[in-house]
Every structure is written in structure tokens, then in C-alpha cells.
Design a protein around this ligand. Structure first.
Ligand code: UDP
Length: 194
């Protein structure tokens, strides 16, 4: 996989199809994988707060989210093939979920939003194995319970919509979470729930 570093953040030069093909490989491996969707905004945030550089580079796949990243790649002598928006990648996965039997957990957003997004995905794409959902506002006790729930359900995809960079840090700081693929999706549940 070709990579480019933009202001110290690794971006993987993948198209949507290639991103998905990488994710299929992740599903076959017996460990957790992290997918982030860095955009220009978070790359700039990492210049102000260097601890974010390690967090972002810790992932298994960083797709180029946004035209800013595509343009910036040219300055670094790399032509990023296409913009792969996090929202689109999440939908690509959800679209394939009924046929492939993926189990999916939706975590984040205001109370009710993750559930609504999960139901919307089912109505759009067909019967998806919904492993669970929970809003993105929890205290330590509730956090522990949610992580136990995720870990007990054999989750293929855990979508984390706590906003950037909160979700990236949260995923990084919780290595005990067991899901084949954990992906930061920002405000995508709000959009999907409509
Ligand atoms: N959010 C959350 N918990 C928090 C803070 C934010 O679940 O503690 C959710 C919020 O409800 C919204 C999303 O995170 O759904 C942030 O959306 P935004 O579009 O601002 O984030 P971005 O897509 O820019 O990362």
C-alpha cells in the first residue's frame, strides 16, 4: 500500500475499493484493526497538539478524507488517487453487511441517534446483524459496561462517532476493546439518522 506523509500524518493512498479490500483482509485476521479518516482539519489539529500524531499514526488504515488531503499530497510528490470520505466508507461497509453477515455496533452521538442510524441502515441496505448501539455520552462506569457489551458480542465493525479527535484518542486509549475493525466516523450517525 502506497503511503504519503502529510505534516507527519501517514495517509494511505487507497481508493474506496482498495480501502474496502484492505478491510476484508483485516476481518480475516485475529486481532483488532483501526481505521481513521484524517481530513485537513485533524491534520492541522495534530500540528498544535503533537500527541495526536502518535494517535493518528497508530491506525492500520488512514484513508484520505477530503479534497484538502488530496491536494496537499501533491506537495509531497504523491498523487492521492481519490478522496475517500469516512461517511461513504461507513456506508460502503453497511451496504455489504447483509450479504456478508457482518455484525455492527454503533457507538456515539446524542441519545437515540446511534439507534436511529442503525435502523436507517437496515431500512436502506437490508437485514444487518446489529450487535448493539449506545450514545456517545457516558461516564466511566457506563463506559466499562459498554466495552464489556462490545467485547461479549463478537463485533466485526465498531463504528465510533464521538467526533474528531475525541474518537481517535478514545480508541487509542482503550486497547481492551475487541472488534475486528474499529473505525472513527465523526458525525456520520447524525447524517445517516437524518
Ligand atoms: N459526540 C459524542 N460524544 C461526545 C462528543 C460528541 O457522541 O462526547 C458526537 C456528537 O453527538 C456528534 C459527533 O460526536 O454526533 C461529532 O460530530 P461532528 O460533525 O462535530 O464531528 P466530526 O465529523 O467533525 O468529527
Amino acid at each position: 500500500m502506497e503511503k504519503v506523509e502529510i505534516l507527519n500524518i501517514r495517509i494511505d493512498n487507497v481508493t474506496m475499493d482498495e480501502a474496502y479490500r484492505n478491510i476484508l483482509v483485516f476481518l480475516k485476521e485475529d486481532r483488532r484493526h483501526i481505521v481513521y479518516t484524517p481530513n485537513a482539519e485533524i491534520i492541522m489539529a495534530a500540528q498544535r497538539d503533537r500527541s495526536l500524531v502518535d494517535v493518528l499514526n497508530f491506525s492500520d488504515l488512514n484513508v484520505p478524507d477530503g479534497i484538502g488531503v488530496v491536494m496537499a499530497s501533491r506537495l509531497y510528490g504523491c498523487r492521492i488517487k481519490e478522496r475517500v470520505a469516512g461517511f461513504d466508507l461507513m456506508n460502503y461497509i453497511l451496504k455489504n453487511a447483509p450479504a456478508e453477515g457482518y455484525s455492527v455496533y454503533f457507538l456515539g452521538g446524542k441519545p437515540g441517534v446511534a439507534e436511529k442510524a442503525a435502523k436507517k441502515a437496515v431500512s436502506m441496505y437490508g437485514e444487518i446483524n446489529i450487535a448493539g448501539f449506545h450514545d456517545g455520552y457516558f461516564d466511566r462506569m457506563e463506559e466499562k459496561r459498554v466495552i464489556e457489551e462490545i467485547n461479549s458480542r463478537g463485533v466485526d465493525f465498531l463504528f465510533v462517532g464521538l467526533g474528531a479527535p475525541k474518537q481517535e484518542r478514545w480508541i487509542y486509549e482503550h486497547p481492551e476493546i475487541k472488534a475486528k475493525v474499529i473505525m472513527g466516523v465523526g458525525g456520520s450517525f447524525d447524517v445517516l439518522a437524518g
